[in-house]
Design a protein around this ligand. Structure first.
Ligand SMILES: [Zn+2]
Ligand SMILES: [Zn+2]
Ligand SMILES: [Zn+2]
Length: 296
């Protein structure tokens, strides 16, 4: 995929009409070639995901004069994945332009990207801001819509099942006749998935279950706060040949997946006071979505 974006011959003004900042200019006042892996705004971040779409203009300068082989920017893309420091299905990244004191050019000299839980999050300053280069190295989150309010601009990141929930540790132990996956939050087991025989799922199922798991405040040995009367609303619909059952026990809730009414494929056991009806339903839906893949 093309990464090196040579500068156009004589650009008059930026595509956004705001002119160019000093990072776009070389020592002679010409324009620098750019790197498609170094987005400097939302549209370029989208383009950086598939650089065939990338056009010169919204990116940081190439640091290797077009020698993309062995370029540290490209190597960091695979070697230094940026972790989103929040356990949430989506985060709002606020983009703060940073201006130098002698602002001779119109554009900003740099940016700080703040990770927030949403428009009302006011405590995001406690987190370490990202550079744009770091934002380009986030994996497992989809780039969402642009966002703007009276405080400035930003964009959403949407978590996918390609990543597990922050703070949830998943371990897998395979035995001859079964496999058990354990989900721990703050060192306390909150869920375990028992797969009969060989697993019929990929890691996306495990990640999806981790998204449903409670945070540290709900990870404990207390009762699960759901009632048997809520079983119907927590039970996933059958899919293909797979049927589901939910069993509310004194200290646990179990979600089972059974194929062809005979053999149990998987059993998910949930423990701790953090398992609300919504979370149990989400864990069951994860099972339904990811076990279904192989059955059809
Ligand atoms: Zn380059
Ligand atoms: Zn490069
Ligand atoms: Zn499994």
């Amino acid at each position: 995929m093309p990464l090196h974006l040579p500068a156009p011959e004589a650009p008059a003004a930026g595509p956004d009409g705001k002119g160019w900042n000093r990072l776009s200019l070389n020592a002679h006042g010409g324009f620098l070639a750019q790197c498609a892996l170094r987005p400097r705004r939302w549209g370029a971040l989208l383009e950086s995901q598939d650089t065939r779409r990338a056009r010169w203009g919204g990116f940081g300068p190439c640091i290797r004069r077009g020698q993309c082989d062995g370029c540290p920017v490209r190597e960091a893309l695979y070697g230094q994945c940026t972790v989103v420091p929040v356990n949430a299905p989506r985060v709002l990244v606020r983009v703060e332009p940073v201006f130098a004191r002698d602002a001779r050019f119109c554009g900003p000299d740099g940016y700080r990207l703040w990770i927030t839980t949403g428009p009302d999050d006011r405590n995001y300053g406690d987190r370490q801001p990202w550079t744009w280069d770091q934002a380009a190295r986030v994996q497992g989150w989809d780039i969402g819509r642009m966002y703007a309010d009276e405080h400035g601009e930003g964009f959403w990141l949407e978590r996918t099942t390609r990543v597990s929930a922050l703070g949830c540790v998943i371990t897998t132990r395979a035995r001859p006749s079964f496999t058990r996956h354990a989900f721990r939050v703050a060192r306390c087991r909150v869920a375990s998935l028992h797969c009969a025989g060989e697993c019929t799922h990929d890691t996306e199922l495990l990640n999806a279950i981790s998204h449903a798991c409670p945070g540290p405040e709900g990870a404990n040995e207390e009762r699960v706060p759901v009632r048997w009367t809520q079983v119907p609303e927590m039970t996933p619909q059958p899919t293909g040949r797979i049927r589901f059952g939910v069993d509310v026990r004194p200290m646990t809730v179990q979600v089972t997946a059974t194929e062809d009414t005979r053999c149990q494929m998987a059993r998910l056991t949930l423990t701790g006071s953090g398992w609300t009806t919504e979370r149990v339903r989400a864990a069951g839906e994860a099972l339904r979505a990811h076990l279904a893949d192989r059955a059809n």
